[in-house]
Design a protein around this ligand. Structure first.
Ligand SMILES: *Cc1c(COP(=O)(O)O)cnc(C)c1O
Length: 444
């Protein structure tokens, strides 16, 4: 789609913030369409879908515990720790100014097993869902039997007749590639030009086929979709419109609820919870925000974060055009070093839901991602990838708005969760490079 100058002028008149977005300034946008909990009906997914997704994870837990020994001690549950980061809170206040009321926590999806990123939720779930469907339809398993059988040669032989494809900037490809190859599928990952070499190498080592593209993420997806669907017995994991990815992410809300209870952290109208989620196509933050709104209702406030150069979901929700517009339509280049965030066009499935569940979206500059990475490493000894740091500024960003005043939210009793979306698989030399860049930005 090309946007007419007259259309653009009228949007800018109607939404003045769009001008700042196009000028690549860091902004914060509050969602005027955020729905009260009572209106959560009419969405294409609901609480029952989330519960079904959780049960599927449970059925596969014995299989995952066998195939991924790092999950054995937790009996095959793919989940990450929640950690309080008080030192980092101190650093944020000192460096950026402002007072963060309440506790600051990191949801450590950077440490998720299997894929080392948030994609271990959505990506692994979608492949497991597909594998179960094939196996049940073929009559080789029923949902009452033990899924340890998925480890057997017989099952691997069975899945080797089927192929799976995915288009990815990196992390989604890693999760789909790793779990699909493990199950025995033939898997092809269509990578955009900005995908890192180490990710391609790792995928090949795990048994996936990597197909490289010159263009960006959307082109990798289009090409992957086309080539995959041309094959028989093939399944394409479609990041631009997947309901299963979305549901895989949403289950995080049940797990977080339990973790908060165990840590004695109250969440209700008097004790609001703020959650900050790095955003690419919007599937991961969308699924988690949807899940959290289902579980905590109006007591939870979810903010998405995008790079100033890739504000795809922001532009989609701000204009209401969602997947019909891309950042390139607005003269924005979609070039960022935040892996997983270099996305020009939002997911159609996720943005139709996030327009009702996201409290707002803010943007950050790449240099801030590196600075935050180094600060977190120094203050907490936690190493996460640049994109995963984007949420750390959230508790300060919301102070620039009238969000809490307008909605009468008691900020002094709030807690803040920054969703750290990836990092564990990043090679040490790469991480050292990120760290040094952050040091330079911080001034020595
Ligand atoms: C994929 C990814 C995200 C965002 O997920 P979307 O579903 O694309 O919005 C955030 N951080 C990291 C590290 C990711 O890999």
């Amino acid at each position: 789609m090309t946007i007419l100058q007259s259309q653009l002028t009228s949007w800018i008149e109607k939404y003045p913030l769009l001008k700042n977005v196009m000028d690549l300034e860091p902004v914060i946008w509050l969602n005027p369409n955020l729905q009260k909990m009572a209106d959560m009906t009419g969405l294409p997914v609901n609480l029952e879908d989330m519960e079904q997704a959780e049960r599927l994870w449970q059925r596969f837990a014995p299989y995952l515990a066998t195939e991924f020994p790092e999950t054995a001690t937790v009996k095959g549950v793919v989940e990450s720790p929640l950690r309080e980061i008080s030192n980092m809170k101190q650093q944020l206040q000192e460096r950026w100014g402002g007072e963060i009321a309440g506790g600051l926590f990191l949801k450590c999806d950077n440490d998720l097993p299997i894929a080392g990123s948030i994609k271990a939720r959505g990506g692994v779930y979608e492949v497991l869902h597909h594998a179960e469907k094939l196996a049940v339809e073929a009559g080789i398993i029923s949902t009452e039997q033990s899924y340890e059988q998925f480890s057997s040669e017989r099952f691997k032989q069975f899945f080797s007749q089927y192929s799976i494809g995915v288009g990815s900037t990196g992390n989604l490809g890693l999760s789909i590639g790793i779990i699909s190859a493990k199950l025995g599928f033939q898997v092809s990952v269509y990578m955009s030009s900005d995908a890192k070499q180490w990710k391609k190498d790792l995928l090949r080592e795990k048994g996936a086929t990597v197909v490289e593209f010159r263009g960006d993420f959307s082109e990798a997806i289009s090409a992957g979709r086309k080539e995959t669907l041309a094959k028989t017995d093939a399944y394409f994991v479609d990041d631009e419109k997947s309901k299963h990815l979305f549901l895989g992410y949403s289950v995080a809300a049940f797990r977080l609820k339990r973790q908060l209870e165990e840590a004695d952290i109250q969440v209700d109208e008097e004790h609001p919870l703020f959650v900050y989620l790095p955003c690419g196509v919007g599937g991961a933050p969308g699924g988690i925000a949807f899940g959290l709104r289902q579980v905590f209702g109006g007591a939870v406030h979810c903010f998405f974060v995008e790079p100033t150069h890739s504000p795809a979901v922001l532009i989609g929700l701000l204009t209401g055009e969602k997947e019909k517009v891309s950042v390139q339509d607005f003269g924005i280049d979609n070039v960022t070093e935040g892996d997983g965030l270099a996305v020009g066009r939002p997911s159609s499935f996720a943005s139709g839901i996030s327009e009702k569940t996201a409290s707002g979206i803010y943007t950050v500059e790449d240099r801030e991602l590196f600075a935050l990475l180094t600060l977190l490493a120094d203050s907490e000894e936690i190493f996460i990838e640049p994109s995963a740091t984007a949420g750390l500024l959230g508790p300060l960003k919301i102070l620039e708005t009238d969000y809490t005043e307008t909605n009468e939210i008691p900020l002094s009793a709030a807690n803040h969760i920054v969703w750290a979306t990836g990092g564990a698989l990043v090679p040490k030399e790469e991480m050292d490079g990120f760290y040094q860049r952050g040091k330079a930005y911080l001034g020595g």
